[in-house]
Design a protein around this ligand. Structure first.
Ligand SMILES: [Zn+2]
Ligand SMILES: [Zn+2]
Length: 153
């Protein structure tokens, strides 16, 4: 699956460091799975939790700030991956797949509030119970016997 975290083929961390105006190469990139280790790599691939990195940012050495040498960078990326995932999935799904939550409680709360608001927007008719009733009354009031629902409707 395509990356959930970036649209352009470019180094994710170069872009972060150099800003939106920088001209970045789309070649010589390496694919980094944000959540990796036994079993996770495959799932991360399937769920789009990977990014393009240049060699410097990916796997060069300790001095370069490479993801594979810097725990802090890995953790920051794990958070970003979880955020991206939670835009379309529940925290339960995340935990089932990856077992570790990276986000703090306040942020999770904000995300779940936003999720339920988005659901309401998507399915605005689910909540008001009276909608059905109104529809049936409208049919009755039309006065035409042929439009009445059959007995037991
Ligand atoms: Zn880079
Ligand atoms: Zn990697």
């Amino acid at each position: 699956m395509k990356s959930l975290l970036q649209r352009q083929k470019e180094c994710y961390l170069c872009r972060k460091e150099l800003g939106p105006a920088a001209d970045l190469p789309s070649e010589g990139l390496e694919k980094h799975h944000i959540i990796y280790g036994t079993g996770n790599r495959k799932i991360a691939d399937r769920e789009g939790l990977w990014i393009h990195l240049c060699h410097y940012h990916h796997n060069q050495d300790e001095k370069s700030g490479s993801v594979h040498f810097k725990r802090q960078v890995r953790e920051e990326l794990s958070k970003e991956a979880e955020r991206a995932f939670l835009q379309n999935h529940s925290l339960d799904e995340w935990m089932r797949l990856f077992t570790k939550n990276w986000l703090d409680e306040n942020e999770l709360k904000r995300i779940s509030t936003k999720q339920s608001e988005d659901l309401k927007k998507e399915f605005p008719l689910i909540e008001p119970k009276s909608q059905h009733q109104n529809a049936r009354n409208a049919i009755k009031q039309s006065g035409n016997a042929n439009q009445q629902p059959p007995e037991g409707f």
